[in-house]
Design a protein. Structure first.
Length: 257
């Protein structure tokens, strides 16, 4: 009997390895704390771009997300992401918690009175510390559950989700997944279909759920739910990474405006 495969799995795709940026940031920031200020880019960028592109930044630009998808995904057990971390209450708590910790550190550790490089280095150290701590949490969760577990409740990802377009009319720059009505989520395998033709399988038997798009989705979403919908897949946590379109056996999924 063929061994049953884990539903969620690693799926390699073409593209740049950007995870070296987060690794370099952590190493260099240890010696030159002012480098920590670069984190502002990855805090403002995803929220601003999400206004017209959804969580595109998280799936295509974020170095840490790139590390989860391209590096840690190879070794993660790919277990289901806990449902509670996706709830509004938990995500709201994480937003307030992270920003509260950020504010406390800025107030207590930055030498504001000294000004100049000492002050900016202190501010940079706060940013650097937040990134390091959350990266450790994210990496740990990658080896317990799934690579993108942290992204399911990342404060900046949550804010990006809140401001992302969720209904028509959509911005011209908005990109999302479109699934043809020809999608057969409960498609038969060729073997089962042939067996049916030969009369060896009773009606209703031999069906195998495809769900290939959900199998490789980093956020463990279900793009097939939007099959046949002209507006496309509008889940605000969709990262626009395109993995689902590449793995679709029928090639009836597209990533387009």
């Amino acid at each position: 009997m063929q061994q049953k495969k884990t539903f969620h799995r690693h799926f390699a795709t073409p593209g740049l390895n950007l995870y070296w940026i987060i690794i370099a940031y952590i190493i260099i920031g240890w010696f030159y704390p002012v480098v920590g200020l670069i984190a502002l880019v990855c805090m403002i960028g995803p929220v601003m771009t999400s206004i017209w592109k959804g969580r595109w930044w998280c799936g295509n630009v974020c170095p840490r997300g790139n590390m989860y998808d391209r590096l840690l995904s190879k070794y993660s057990p790919h277990k289901p992401i806990p449902a509670f971390v996706r709830t509004f209450g938990f995500r709201l708590f994480m937003v307030f918690f992270i920003f509260s910790m950020f504010g406390i550190q800025l107030t207590l550790t930055v030498p504001w009175s000294e000004g100049g490089m000492a002050m900016w280095s202190g501010i940079g150290r706060v940013f650097w510390t937040i990134i390091v701590v959350t990266t450790i949490v994210g990496v740990t969760l990658s080896f317990i559950y799934a690579p993108r577990t942290w992204c399911s409740f990342c404060p900046m990802g949550t804010i990006s989700r809140w401001v992302a377009p969720k209904k028509a009319p959509l911005p011209k720059a908005f990109t999302n997944i479109h699934v043809s009505s020809a999608c057969q989520m409960n498609a038969r395998s060729s073997e089962s279909h042939q067996a049916r033709l030969n009369g060896r399988v009773a009606s209703g038997e031999g069906k195998a759920k495809c769900k290939g798009c959900a199998r490789v989705c980093p956020m463990q979403l279900t793009p097939y739910d939007s099959r046949g919908q002209e507006i496309g897949y509008l889940d605000p946590d969709c990262l626009k990474c395109g993995k689902c379109t590449l793995t679709c056996p029928s090639k009836i999924m597209t990533l387009k405006h």
